[in-house]
Design a protein around this ligand. Structure first.
Ligand code: ADP
Length: 487
């Protein structure tokens, strides 16, 4: 099985979100299972600044975006485990401080051209490497255009005759929508400008291109796969997805079980495992100190929350329940950066409940690990959540999550109240402040029963969220589309 991952970000080279984690970890898991998997991504400034050498791949290529020809170069290196990574060099497009836009001015104005160039270069990478994979695994709107080119312009090239495309949606809210005037730049046959093709309410929609033309579509959890075919979650593409329902499935992301392991985590003052939980207390003490709580913080339940400060993440619910929550003798620590209005609202709450609520408004890897280990309860009230990683980290660290039953949160947490013998966390089913607060109260009640709580912790810590499980399911999808292509 030969697979080319076409992605706009991959850890450890460039990351803005969960896509980078998937594009960094899934190829490793597939590689371990014996696949010939390779990665193709842009050569951003942050990659150039990393201290490793790149080797040239071929002599470069010329790509046409509308009437303009652009010369691009290709580079390569291998990951420590031996996976080839190919980089597209076009400094005019990728030598910038950020991946997609600046925090102040928003998206880069030429994002369409930047990712048209990237998508068109996929063919040249194959030619330069002399390697034509069986699967092109595309991710998010930035690579959606590979699929229509594959189905039209590359269709009669015998070198691609045995290949198929799989498209993964990591978050349907981001679609890459550009004015109709961009269509001629795509160099696709005019027939593709239709509502059955690229066109979306008179505009070009790159995500829709990926959905419409790929052989198979996946998303990052089974429940999200169902949700995005509905008006509440489909962000306008629910109809398109419904049409492709037979070729759509959800596969839950894995987590990096080496990096996120309480038994070996190097960020923790004390390591622990499910049958030796005492180290967790040391972590709680360290977290109380780092967050700036009073000394007796250890005696009260400590609630943690980590995430981008974005509307998606349920901060509107949190804002409404904080006054009630603060009456309950708990401490709350929040780590996150993002939208100014959320930051302001959290800061206001911090001043009001200064000794009980702490906001760390920064990106801090070490503190993220310490919260996962040191908190007793973890909150994830996301309005929608394609997969989510923090709830899985929490489970692994014995920090019991309270989540909104949506997307990957619903798929990865088993409700203790509905399934007392197998439950691993608490779920609220209605997206309201009341249901959220009720479930926190239920969690706090059970927290008082040490024996029961430890039983839940042990069950949560025993859950397997390794990539090997997800990689097997992706292999199943690849096999299926290849078999269909041969028919
Ligand atoms: P999303 O991809 O929507 O941002 P996920 O839960 O899938 O949400 O993944 C977010 C990742 O980023 C997690 O690994 C989380 O720990 C990390 N993260 C988010 N905000 C911060 C922060 N302020 N400091 C450290 N890590 C963070």
């Amino acid at each position: 099985m030969q697979i080319l991952f076409c992605t706009s970000e991959a850890s450890p080279f460039a990351k803005t979100g969960g896509l980078a984690d998937v594009a960094g970890s899934l190829p490793e898991a597939l590689h371990e299972m014996g696949c010939d998997v390779r990665i193709f991504m842009p050569l951003y400034r942050c990659v150039r600044e990393m201290s490793f050498a790149l080797e040239p791949l071929g002599k470069g290529a010329t790509i046409a975006i509308g009437a303009h020809d652009y010369h691009v170069n290709l580079w390569q290196r291998r990951t420590p485990s031996g996976i080839p990574v190919y980089f597209l060099e076009k400094d005019e497009f990728y030598d910038r401080s950020f991946l997609y836009g600046t925090p102040v001015r928003g998206d880069y104005e030429d994002n369409a051209e930047r990712f048209i160039a990237f998508s068109l270069s996929v063919r040249h990478v194959c030619e330069a490497a002399g390697w034509f994979p069986s699967i092109f695994h595309l991710h998010d709107w930035q690579t959606g255009l590979v699929a229509p080119h594959f189905k039209t312009n590359w269709r009669y090239d015998p070198r691609f005759a045995r290949s198929a495309t799989v498209f993964t949606i990591h978050n349907i809210a981001y679609q890459g929508v550009f004015p109709a005037g961009f269509f001629p730049l795509l160099n696709l046959p005019p027939s593709e400008w239709s509502f059955q093709g690229i066109e979306y309410w008179g505009q070009c929609n790159f995500l829709k291109a990926g959905i419409t033309y790929s052989d198979f579509i996946t998303t990052v959890s089974p429940r999200y796969a169902r949700e995005i075919t509905t008006g509440d979650f489909g962000f306008g593409l629910e109809g398109v997805l419904k049409e492709r329902a037979k070729s759509l499935s959800g596969i839950l992301n894995g987590i990096d079980t080496k990096l996120w392991d309480p038994r070996t985590d190097r960020y923790l003052p004390s390591n622990y495992g499910s049958y030796e939980l005492s180290g967790k207390k040391t972590c709680k003490a360290a977290l109380c100190k780092l967050a700036g709580f009073a000394r007796d913080c250890r005696e009260f339940p400590l609630i943690g929350m980590i995430g981008r400060l974005a509307a998606q993440k349920g901060f509107d619910l949190l804002e409404k329940i904080v006054p009630e929550l603060m009456k309950l003798e708990v401490n709350l620590v929040i780590l996150g950066t993002g939208d100014a209005w959320i930051e302001e609202s959290l800061r206001a709450m911090q001043s009001r409940f200064a000794d009980r609520l702490k906001l760390a408004d920064r990106y801090d890897e070490q503190m993220a690990h310490l919260i996962e280990a040191g908190a007793d309860i973890f909150l994830m009230p996301s309005r929608y959540e394609p997969c989510g990683l923090n709830q899985m980290y929490s489970l692994r660290y014995g920090t019991i999550p309270v989540v909104h039953a949506t997307g990957g949160l619903d798929d990865s947490v088993i409700d203790v109240l509905r399934h007392p013998d197998s439950g691993t966390g608490f779920k609220f089913y209605e997206y309201t402040p009341r249901s959220f607060l009720e479930k926190i109260k239920s969690a706090l009640k059970l927290f008082g029963d040490r024996a029961k709580w430890e039983e839940i912790q042990r069950r949560a810590m025993a859950r397997d969220f390794s990539w090997a499980m997800s990689a097997k399911q992706y292999l199943g999808v690849y096999d299926k589309v290849i078999a269909q292509r041969r028919l």
